[in-house]
Every structure is written in C-alpha cells, then in structure tokens.
Ligand binder design. Structure first.
Ligand SMILES: Nc1nc2c(ncn2[C@@H]2O[C@H](COP(=O)(O)OP(=O)(O)O)[C@@H](O)[C@H]2O)c(=O)[nH]1
Ligand SMILES: [Mg+2]
Length: 273
C-alpha cells in the first residue's frame, strides 16, 4: 500500500520535502485540516525533531555517499496520511526512502557504485507504486541532462517490467520562485513545456498517460494567498547557496500531498494541498 520513492538530483529539495512532511503534525492545529500526517517509525520521528532546523536554519541531514555503503544505511521515512474531503476520508501509508542525489545524476552513465544497482532494484520492484521525481533547474543544458537521465530511467523501467504500471509524478520543486509561481496551476504546460520541453516529451513518449503526471511543489511556499513573495531567504554558506524559511508563522507549503495521493491511489486531488 503506497510504497513511494522520492528521487531527484542533488539539492532538488528531497530531504527538505520529507522533513516538511514529518514536521506537519507539529503544525497540524493550524490552517490545513484537509490532511493529517502521522510519523510511523523512529527514523521519521527523528527527522521530525530535526525538521525545524532543516527548514528554518538549513541544518544539513545529508548522508554523504561515502558513509552509505548499502541501501540499508539510508533511512526509510514512513507516514500515515489521512486525506479528508467533504464526502470521504482516505488513509495512505507511505514508506519513502531518501536517496542521495548523486545516484540520480549517475543514472545517465551508470556507475560502478554497488549502491547504484540496489537503488534501481529498490525503485523498480513490484511493491513500489510510484516515484516522485523532483526536478529543480532549467538553466542551459539542464533539460538535456534531465532528459537523458529520465530516458535511462524509462529503459530501466522496461527491463524491470515496470513500464506499464509504475506511476511517475514529475515535479518542479521550489516553485515559489518568481518565474515559476504563476506556472504552478498548470505545471505541465506552464513549467515543463516552457522550461523542460525535452524532458517532458521523452516522458510523454515512454510512459502511458495514465501513469504520468506533472506537479509543482514548494516546501517553503509564499507569504500569503494574495502575497506571492517567496517565504524564503537565500543565504550563502560555505557550500554554496542555501535557502531557509523566512517567516515560520506564515509557513504554507504548496503541493506536498497531492502528488503522493495520486502516486498511491491513482486518484487526483486538489493541486495545492
Ligand atoms: N527556494 C526553495 N528552496 C528549497 C525548497 N526546498 C528546499 N530548498 C533548499 O534547497 C537546498 C537543497 O535542499 P535539500 O532538501 O537538501 O535537497 P536534496 O539534496 O534533494 O535532499 C537547501 O538549501 C534547501 O533549503 C523550496 O521549496 N524552495
Ligand atoms: Mg537530501
């Protein structure tokens, strides 16, 4: 029931996204009553404890690839998510593994790292219902790189006999960025056609339409419904640019749940949840 993998290049926001999910219970009393999230295991509870640091202070939780020898060294975060609307209540159980982005980047050329093979096998076994793929850049050359990586991924889906029954939710992350925010409402047309056309057409070509959906996600969100200024501050640290939440009291992430809901049920829900 709803094993989901989250993959994407380095710094696409995977860990922050999972931290935000883990942190939701602490915030549950506020605003969003449409869904409730419950952490199910120790890894997830630990992540929840560190989440505030990750989101507000850019604390790092990144396992460096050298410390990770086998897939079992990577935490599995598991959640119960209850999604409510006026007529129904649905429960999803998610088990999500947070992979280091290097693995995604190496897909293009393959790699001698044994983790690589384990990763592929684990993403493509029958008990995985779908993958959330976070993409984040569109500077020159990125579309080409992403499209090659995903082309390779679809070939691997084929060879693992998953070409027709693995859902892919392909999301542009950090979509509170000014150029992206207006495109969040129709991400397939306004984000992927515009910024990552090649990537999109390769996926359209290889994946059955019912198993492919495009999303926009922002873990940080914007300052308010009528205030599209990003709720984030950019900081330059020793390891490049980092972003942190600007006003925790107005934290309203965008699109965290709807891709998960679709990945595990095949049904669509409101985009912005
Ligand atoms: N602007 C923006 N930055 C984000 C968002 N989510 C994560 N980040 C930043 O992106 C950087 C990489 O995030 P991280 O979660 O470590 O990426 P990972 O390598 O995919 O796990 C960090 O500086 C985060 O603060 C978001 O929704 N918006
Ligand atoms: Mg990470």
């Amino acid at each position: 029931m709803g094993n989901i993998r989250v993959i994407g290049p380095r710094s696409s926001g995977k860990t922050t996204y999972l931290a935000a999910l883990a942190y939701q219970p602490a915030k549950a009393s506020r605003k969003n009553n449409n869904f409730q999230i419950q952490a199910l295991n120790d890894d997830t509870r630990k992540l929840a404890e560190k989440a505030e640091g990750i989101i507000v202070e850019a604390a790092s939780l990144e396992p460096s690839i050298t410390q990770v020898r086998t897939i079992d060294d990577l935490a599995v975060y598991s959640f119960n998510i209850e999604v409510k609307n006026r007529f129904s209540k649905e429960k999803l159980t998610l088990a999500v593994r947070d992979y280091p982005g290097e693995i995604f980047d190496e897909l293009e050329h393959g790699s001698s790292n044994p983790l690589h093979q384990e990763f592929i096998d684990e993403c493509l076994t029958k008990d995985v219902s779908g993958c959330l793929i976070l993409l984040t850049e569109w500077k020159q050359g990125t579309d080409k790189t992403y499209s090659r990586v995903l082309q390779r991924f679809t070939e691997l889906m084929n060879s693992h006999d998953r070409a027709n029954d693995l859902r892919l939710a392909v999301a542009m992350s950090k979509c509170e960025r000014g150029e992206l925010w207006p495109g969040r409402l129709d991400p397939e047309i306004d984000l992927f056609d515009v910024h990552l056309p090649k990537t999109k057409s390769i996926l359209k070509d290889k994946i059955p339409a019912k198993n492919l959906h495009f999303y926009a996600i922002s873990t940080f969100g914007v300052l308010g419904r009528n205030n599209p200024r990003p709720n984030r501050i950019e900081e330059w640290g020793t390891d490049g640019r980092n972003s942190v939440l600007r006003d925790p009291n107005r934290w309203q992430p965008y699109g965290l749940i709807s891709p998960l809901y679709w990945l595990s049920t095949g049904k669509r829900m409101r985009y912005d949840a």
